[in-house]
Design a protein. Structure first.
Length: 380
């Protein structure tokens, strides 16, 4: 608004705010992923997803003494830990000295050895329970990613029931988008293996197989490149399906194209989101741990030594019996909810961050605004 003291005819420039300076930048918008992850709706979706996956994973206790879900968590957790240790050991000041053999071993542990180990240990449960567990997790990821994309893009909430319903409708596309590339590569490798066995086992044909090995080498190099792009862009597939529609092949193509189009920017964005996720998870754990300590210490402050064992058990304490054991079991249940809260935040953050990352990369590569979502998505 102008005042009467300003000279007439002089142009007045609008006030420049910080929002105007940051509006066209992409990376500051990545910082919204943490706030989106703290949404009660998305935390609820993540908690329901984890509880459902856990219940499915424990159903094999009906015919086995070992929980399939617990064992799957141990196997994949160890594989991701090894891969994470390898990535963490990279010296950015000597980036040319990448530990490629260790990275390859870590990737094999996650994508090959861990599933193979579960198949060997639980041949029935891996199919009967493992597949529904993956499907349920993908529906939860889709619902969280869609909800976050809606709020991040158009700044309006969407009912969680709508997000879940769309996730169920898109489950087939999700499965194809996530596992289509590995399945195709597996089929091609099986064909190469069968051709090698068929040809190299006979005289004369073994020479032909050696000549054709060069073609197989070229094909395997191409497959390794595609597999690397698929693994790098896997975070973008669920939000691509949530934002653009049900075409799984389009989602795969988009995720690979965005990674290949701006690889350095993609790596920087992922690194920023990972660092922020680790810091926020540490804060959540710190707050919950402080609350747990306060509740435990205050409850056992005036208790006798034999009674405080219910609240703060020690390894040398005798086993509890009767109502004391029941009370300790109830307290353990409440403590387990704290772990569920942390895990729910991690899942909520992954889903929210994947949507923010996808919309940001789409803006960089295609020039589409983050609020320009597909017409299909806006149907409520």
């Amino acid at each position: 608004m102008s005042n009467g003291n300003e000279p007439k005819g002089r142009a007045r420039f609008p006030d420049l705010t910080l929002a105007d300076l940051l509006n066209e930048l992409v990376w500051p918008r990545l910082l919204q992923a943490g706030g989106l992850a703290f949404s009660p709706q998305r935390l609820f979706l993540a908690a329901c997803t984890l509880v459902g996956v856990g219940v499915l994973g424990s159903l094999n206790r009906l015919w086995s003494e070992v929980s399939f879900g617990s064992r799957a968590g141990e196997v994949f957790g160890g594989a991701f830990e090894r891969l994470g240790d390898t990535i963490g050991s990279i010296d950015l000041m000597r980036i040319w000295q990448l530990p490629l053999p260790r990275l390859w071993i870590g990737a094999q542990a996650v994508f090959l050895h861990a599933p193979a180990q579960l198949l060997r240990e639980f041949p029935v449960s891996s199919v009967v329970l493992g597949l529904p567990m993956v499907m349920l997790f993908l529906v939860g990821w889709f619902a969280i990613a869609r909800s976050a994309a809606w709020e991040f893009g158009v700044h309006a909430p969407e009912a969680w029931t709508v997000s879940v319903a769309r996730g169920v409708q898109r489950l087939g596309s999700m499965m194809l988008g996530v596992f289509g590339v590995p399945a195709l590569i597996g089929i091609l490798l099986a064909v190469i293996a069968g051709g090698g066995w068929l040809l190299i086992s006979f005289p004369v044909l073994d020479v032909l197989s050696a000549v054709l090995w060069g073609l197989g080498l070229v094909l395997c190099v191409a497959m390794a490149f595609v597999a690397a792009l698929w693994a790098a862009g896997l975070l973008l597939v669920p939000p691509a399906l949530a934002c653009e529609g049900p075409d799984a092949f389009d989602a795969i193509q988009r995720s690979m194209a965005y990674v290949l189009g701006r690889p350095l920017r993609y790596v920087i964005y992922v690194a920023l989101l990972v660092v922020m996720g680790v810091l926020l998870t540490a804060v959540v754990e710190l707050v919950l741990h402080a609350g747990h300590e306060l509740a435990t210490r205050s409850m056992s402050l005036l208790l006798a030594a034999e009674d405080s064992a219910i609240v703060t058990p020690s390894p040398g304490d005798p086993p509890l019996e009767g109502t004391r054991a029941a009370a300790a079991a109830v307290l353990d249940f409440w403590r387990s909810l704290l772990s569920l809260v942390v895990a729910s935040f991690v899942v909520s953050y992954i889903g929210s961050a994947s949507s923010v990352l996808y919309l940001s990369m789409r803006k960089l590569n295609d020039g589409q605004d983050v609020g320009d979502l597909a017409t299909e998505m806006s149907r409520r």
